[in-house]
Design a protein around this ligand. Structure first.
Ligand SMILES: *Cc1c(COP(=O)(O)O)cnc(C)c1O
Length: 465
């Protein structure tokens, strides 16, 4: 063995010495002496092997060594459900947890989670209160509805709506709107589950008002519209606007229900996207009950919201399913905070989902250049280029809308793109990226500015720097 390697090996301190380091002492209090000792040992062993193999020629640095041990401890204590960096460019990625919260909102939720709250306590009277009251007024103000209920997700909202209104009777739905959402949520199945029967009308591409009217009879319980969130039928098509379905329903004394998919409180055109009806517009059109998700375009927590006529919601509030579908205080805290941003007119600035969607191509181009600089690409064993990409909304919303974005395309000198993608996914903070045209694509739209340092560090690490 040459002298240089021997010198590097001699520089490595012993385990007990390293355990005295203040950062590692703090970790011993949080975990255990044994856990930190094991982590120090394994990082030391790795370093020793790298020196012997001639792969390490840096002098020993205490700070860098501490950081390596801390990252090892963080990875070991991280748990199964972990934070990831979304480099897919899909804003509402259902596999990656859909909408994210702002740090302020997360702080508010954490504050409530760590303390008792007035979840079901009326502070004014000192008596029992209802968990649904905390967001009811905000929802009514924002949607113009008479009443509102919050349940676990939109699937639950649809189920509760139908279970309380249609058992033993028929729900009329257009054949063009028999939607399946990922995870086997199918409108016909939900209707059957609720105890009702589906009455399909029209054809896949065309449904007329007369098709609805023809089947209305003694057994009809409701007319239902379903937002075709995740697909488009194009060409020779026709569907009946909700206002006409609602008018027809009212002529026969029936409710008109709409599953709106994403709950929208702002006009998407303000974000540069094609118009989609807002919850307010759907109710104004005469619809009696609208259901929508909390964590799609609304940008809040996973929740399902039912908004509409008080008389219909009364039945839902007294249905036994409500208890089974009820939401936790953290969901309500997240929803209230999100709704307040809409009420205050600050949602586009404060709700991360909207902010992410609203980014212009020029703004993303600037950000990709910043990340390029942080990465110091000339020093990397890879070809890295800036590339224009098509990002998407995701979450089964706006399926044919392309969001123009920018990405870093990485082609490593010695790794296949699949291997590079795998290594990024196995990093201490996993980076979820896609492989396209022999490169790994890191789309900037969904990467936060506060994540640049981590992305740069991880990319350097996985490329072996
Ligand atoms: C997404 C969606 C659902 C399901 O909503 P979850 O909140 O995911 O349960 C139901 N209906 C439509 C039309 C949707 O787009």
């Amino acid at each position: 063995m040459d002298e240089e390697r021997q010198r590097l090996l001699r520089q490595l301190p012993d385990v007990d010495h390293l355990l005295q380091r203040p950062v590692l002492q703090a970790w011993q209090e949080r975990t255990s002496r044994q856990a930190v000792r094991d982590a120090v040992r394994s990082v030391l062993d790795e370093r020793r092997r790298a020196i012997l193999a001639g792969q390490w020629d840096q002098p020993f640095s205490r700070d860098a060594f501490d950081q390596a041990v801390v990252r090892r401890l963080q990875a070991e204590t991280a748990g199964h459900l972990r934070r990831v960096i979304n480099a897919t460019g899909t804003v509402l990625h259902t596999n990656l947890g859909r909408a994210v919260f702002s740090p302020e909102l997360a702080g508010h939720i954490a504050g409530l989670a760590c303390h008792y709250s007035n979840l079901e306590y009326d502070l004014a009277s000192g008596k029992r209160g209802s968990r649904y009251d905390h967001v009811r007024e905000l929802l009514c103000e924002l949607t113009g509805a008479e009443d509102a209920i919050v349940v676990n997700n939109n699937a639950a909202a649809v189920l509760l709506t139908l279970a309380s209104l249609v058992p033993g009777r028929e729900v009329v739905v257009s054949r063009g709107e028999l939607v399946e959402i990922g995870g086997s949520f199918r409108i016909p199945d939900v209707i059957e589950q609720s105890g009702g029967h589906i009455r399909e009308v029209g054809t896949t591409n065309k449904t007329h008002l007369a098709d609805y009217e023809r089947v209305i009879g003694e057994k009809t319980a409701a007319l239902m519209k379903v937002h075709t969130s995740n697909y488009r039928i194009i060409g020779f098509t026709e569907s009946v606007p909700v206002s006409e379905v609602a008018n027809l329903a009212h002529e026969y004394g029936l409710p008109c229900i709409q599953d709106a998919g994403s709950g929208l409180f702002v006009d998407l055109e303000r974000l540069g996207l094609p118009h989609e009806p807002t919850v307010c517009e759907i109710l104004e059109a005469g619809c009696d009950i609208v259901t929508f998700s909390g964590d799609k375009l609304l940008g809040g927590p996973q929740a399902g919201i039912i908004a509409g006529k008080a008389a219909y919601l009364y039945a839902m509030k007294h249905h036994p399913l409500l208890r089974a579908l009820r939401v936790d205080k953290m969901t309500l805290a997240g929803l209230e905070g999100t709704l307040q941003a809409y009420r205050d007119g600050t949602a586009i600035r404060q709700v991360p989902t909207l902010r992410c969607l609203a980014q212009t191509e020029t703004a993303i181009r600037k950000r990709v250049e910043t990340l390029w600089q942080v990465l110091d690409v000339d020093s990397l064993p890879a070809r890295i280029s800036l590339r224009q990409v098509d990002d998407c909304v995701g979450g089964g919303a706006c399926p044919d809308t392309v969001l123009p974005g920018w990405a870093l395309a990485i082609e490593a000198d010695d790794l296949t793109p699949e291997e590079l993608e795998r290594r990024l996914r196995h990093a201490d903070i996993p980076i979820i990226a896609r492989v396209q045209y022999n490169s790994v694509i890191l789309s900037l739209r969904t990467i936060g500015d506060d994540e640049f340092q981590d992305v740069a560090r991880i990319v350097r690490e996985v490329l072996g720097i």
